[in-house]
Ligand binder design. Sequence first.
Ligand SMILES: [Zn+2]
Length: 346
Amino acid sequence: MSTQPPLGSSTISPHSSSMQPARQRVTGKLLATQGYVLGIEISGSSGYQSVVLANLDGTILHGVRCPLEDVADTSSVLKLVNEMIGEVASAEQLCDGRLLRVGVAVGGLVDVAQGVVRTLYRAHGWDNFPLQDYFAERLGIPCIIDNNANAAALAEVQRGTGSGERSVLYVGLNRGIGGGLVVNGRVYHGASCAAGEIGHMLVKERGPRCSCGRYGHLESIASAQAIRQAMIGQSTKYAESEVASMTVEQIYCLAAEGDEIAQQVVDEVHQYLAIALANIVHLVNPGMIVLGGSVAQVGELLIRPIQIRLRELCLAEAFDALRIVQSSLGEEASIIGAVTLALQDM
Ligand SMILES: [Zn+2]
């Protein structure tokens, strides 16, 4: 496992402040020191797989995060994740008790009722994979799985910036775009667990091609990948390879420095993300929208224009009750969500 970097202080650190000590959980007669839960995050190719060990008050004790550059078929991902579990939850690390639950956040469509992965994006062999049963049998403990944006939404409500809010929409702006809606403390899954897939909302007819094969979806304009693609397509100033390795923060910096193409790209992101959010606001009337994922790392450069545009687009009755904020759990929201899933199941 030497090639796999441990989660450093810049990612998930033991006793991370982002996993704030919650009030002592009282689950039967168990105390926080009498057992552990595992949190697992599974993503497709070019994504990170993460495994963390947490105690029963949700404090992360150990964690590993590994990139997977190969094709993310079931056997290669599960082999890697099982090695990571062996590293994070060794007998030595389970000194005060045993594993009690495992929660898994999956970067794809998940049928929560059946415990089955319907699709894992940028991966092969995952369609209808019974992941919940797999880990339950493999580890001999109950397992709960959900989509990664749903897990992140739950984490933001229980452990992050959405604490105390009754209706929160989480938007994960990463390579793709996911969403999670938490109402009265529970994730809203919809009729077939596809609720919250806001990356596939149509916002621009005859817009760019989306990862799902259709056109003009939010993900094809406002995801990190789409932002880079738009820069590559429109800017003659930078080589394609140069733009492909840029972070979204660097593209926002170019816009702030006056690069006209970068400004246009960023303006389009704000314009179409605001349209999607305004439509959701009038359906759901959330008290808070949490913007997370790598694109939201630009902070106020994204939050402020979205606030201004939503004020223009929304009925005052809906907008006045709404706060639009940056995720407080950042890129750790999904793995903290996996831990939250496990703890919520106890
Ligand atoms: Zn789509």
